[in-house]
Design a protein around this ligand. Structure first.
Ligand SMILES: NC(=O)c1ccc[n+]([C@@H]2O[C@H](COP(=O)([O-])OP(=O)(O)OC[C@H]3O[C@@H](n4cnc5c(N)ncnc54)[C@H](OP(=O)(O)O)[C@@H]3O)[C@@H](O)[C@H]2O)c1
Length: 252
């Protein structure tokens, strides 16, 4: 089966393409660096010709409020219009657990706009709500840092390794469309401020973490359960944080 992976050169995208190809599928890694740009529409029609499934694993190069909104709205519209012409039978997109409740954040307004376009496009779909990737912990720390101190709330997180995300989204892409949202998460529930403190300590990062219930997370205030699955049966990855961390190359 031909499966187009938009963002197929990214962290999760490249791993997903590999898994789909190993399973015998024709998986096309579509990204600006391979000549397919969902923002301008360049190369989209050719990439989608004959595709049955599209997996959107792209991300905005800028996290500035307007840039994220423009990215997900424009690329979403272009992509869904091209999929309609190509007769795509399943659109799968990776979004974030808790998106609806985090609308004080520009990034999550962009993700919600993306989800709304998918729900009204008329193409059978599955939206995958995923928790934070282990690989995203540095970005979380950097976004919350001021003067050598990282301010984060002690809200619960259930982070996941990108290898587990890729395996789960590949599986979801091969299943019938849910025409709804499915949740995926990691195997352990931890507190965000404690996890980031552990991560900084393990990477010998001298920044101190201050746990503060009012500290924003990418512009949004978190309730205790904002970032963990809300449904009764999320699909879980197998890789625990310590196992993942031990497998990472040592930092200089
Ligand atoms: N990070 C997390 O913790 C987390 C948690 C839950 C969900 N997610 C979601 O996971 C998705 C993937 O994240 P990621 O970290 O794997 O992304 P990433 O590594 O930043 O990769 C982004 C991909 O998007 C592609 N891209 C950028 N602009 C594009 C355009 N105009 N047209 C087509 N493709 C374009 C990039 O292509 P080039 O290589 O050519 O630049 C790259 O392949 C995102 O939608 C994010 O919201 C992330």
């Amino acid at each position: 089966m031909k499966i187009v992976v938009i963002g197929g050169t990214g962290l999760v995208g490249a791993k997903t393409v590999k898994i789909l190809r190993a399973a015998g599928h024709e998986a096309l890694a579509a990204a600006p660096s391979t000549g397919v740009d969902a923002l301008t529409g360049a190369g989209l029609a050719q990439a989608l010709a004959g595709a049955e499934v599209v997996l959107d694993l792209s991300n905005s190069p800028s996290f500035a409020d307007q840039a994220v909104l423009d990215f997900f709205q424009t690329s979403g519209r272009n992509l869904l219009a091209a999929e309609t012409v190509a007769g795509v039978r399943h659109h799968v997109a990776l979004s974030v657990v808790g998106t609806e409740g985090l609308q004080a954040s520009g990034y999550f307004r962009g993700k919600l706009a993306q989800e709304r376009l998918i729900k009204t496009a008329g193409i059978p779909y599955t939206i995958v709500h995923c928790t934070q990737f282990f690989e995203f912990l540095d970005s979380i720390a950097n976004a919350a840092a001021t003067d050598g101190t990282v301010h984060l709330p002690p809200a619960y997180v259930q982070p996941i390794a990108s290898d587990d995300v890729a395996a789960l989204v590949a599986d979801i892409a091969l299943a019938p469309p849910a025409n709804g949202t499915v949740e995926i998460a990691g195997p352990e529930r931890l507190r965000l401020s404690e996890l980031v403190a552990r991560h900084l300590d393990a990477t010998r990062d001298p920044r101190r973490v201050v746990s503060d219930v009012d500290a924003p997370y990418f512009g949004a205030r978190l309730a205790e359960g904002s970032l963990v699955p809300s449904g009764p049966s999320p699909r879980l990855g197998a890789i625990a944080f310590d196992t993942w961390f031990r497998a990472q190359p040592a930092r200089a």
